[in-house]
Design a protein around this ligand. Structure first.
Ligand SMILES: [Zn+2]
Ligand SMILES: [Zn+2]
Ligand SMILES: [Zn+2]
Length: 253
C-alpha cells in the first residue's frame, strides 16, 4: 500500500492568510501545508482519509485520478469541505462513492451537505455518496480497516488502522482500548498542533509521548500550525519521529 500525505496543516492551512511570520513567509516547501488528509493506494483501489478544504488542489498536484471510498475521521470543516469535488469521480467512475464514518460524523455530513441528499437541483451535478456507519473493523478494497476512536477535546473522532499503518489526527487523548488497537503499528501518522497546549489537540511533546507508547518504527506528525518550522524543531524529536509534510509518500504493508 502506498500512503500520500495530501495535507499536513491545521485548519487555517500554512501560510496563514495575511501572516508575516518566518514560517508563513518561508521559501521551504515543507512549510507550506494544506489541510490534513491522506490518499491510500491499495491493490484494489484508492481510498481517501477525509476530503479536506484543499482537496481539489491536492488532487491536481498529487494526481488523484480515482477515488473508490472515503474514510472520515470527523466532520470539522477542515476535514470535509472538499467533499463536493468527489463529483468528478462519480462522473468518471459512474458510481456512488462509499463514505465510512461514525454515526455522529455521518449525521453532520448529512446536515452540512444537505443538498447532496435531497431531490431537486436542476441539472443535477451533486455528489453521489453512500454513507456507511462503522464502529467495528470492516473490509474495504481487500483490506481490513480498524476504526480507532480517540478524543479530540470532548468530541470522539476516528483514527484508522490498516495493517502496520495507522493515521490518528485531531487528537488530545487516546483511550486505553485504542492504545490496544494500535499495538504493533510500525508506521504512524499522528496529529500534533504546535508547542503550546491546546484543549483539543496534542502538543508536539504530547504527541511524542503517545508515539513512544505506541512504539512505531517511524512516526510523522501532522495537522501542524505555523508555529512549526519543518527544519528547526523547537524541542528535540526522538529518533524515528519527524514532521510530516505535504506530498510525503510512504510504502507500508
Ligand atoms: Zn482538523
Ligand atoms: Zn505565520
Ligand atoms: Zn477537528
Amino acid at each position: 500500500m502506498r500512503v500520500t500525505m495530501l495535507g499536513s496543516g491545521t485548519s487555517t492551512g500554512v501560510p496563514v492568510i495575511g501572516c508575516t511570520c518566518s514560517v508563513c513567509t518561508s521559501d521551504n516547501p515543507r512549510n507550506k501545508r494544506w489541510r490534513a488528509g491522506l490518499r491510500l493506494e491499495l491493490e484494489r483501489g484508492v481510498a481517501l482519509v477525509d476530503t479536506p478544504t484543499d482537496f481539489r488542489a491536492q488532487a491536481l498536484r498529487y494526481g488523484v485520478h480515482r477515488v473508490d471510498a472515503v474514510l472520515f475521521t470527523h466532520a470539522h470543516a477542515d476535514h470535509v469541505f472538499g467533499l463536493d469535488d468527489l463529483r468528478i469521480f462519480n462522473f468518471r467512475q459512474r458510481t456512488a462513492i462509499r463514505c465510512y464514518a461514525s454515526a455522529p460524523t455521518l449525521a453532520m455530513l448529512r446536515r452540512y451537505f444537505a443538498y447532496a441528499f435531497e431531490d431537486g437541483q436542476e441539472g443535477g451535478g451533486k455528489p453521489m455518496l453512500d454513507l456507511v456507519e462503522v464502529r467495528e473493523p470492516f473490509d474495504l478494497l481487500g483490506r481490513r480497516i480498524v476504526p480507532v476512536p480517540v478524543w479530540h477535546g470532548e468530541l470522539e473522532v476516528y483514527g484508522y488502522r490498516l495493517g502496520d499503518f495507522a493515521y490518528v489526527t485531531d487528537c488530545s487523548r487516546i483511550p486505553e482500548e485504542s492504545f490496544r488497537l494500535l499495538e504493533g503499528v510500525r508506521t504512524l501518522v499522528l496529529g500534533a498542533l504546535r508547542y503550546r497546549p491546546h484543549p483539543t489537540h496534542f502538543t508536539v511533546e504530547e504527541a511524542i509521548q503517545a508515539a513512544a507508547r505506541i512504539g512505531a518504527e517511524r512516526t510523522f506528525l501532522t495537522h501542524l500550525t505555523h508555529d512549526i518550522d519543518h527544519d528547526a524543531p523547537a524541542v528535540p524529536l526522538p529518533p524515528g519521529v519527524g514532521f510530516g509534510y505535504d506530498g510525503l509518500t510512504l510504502e507500508v504493508d
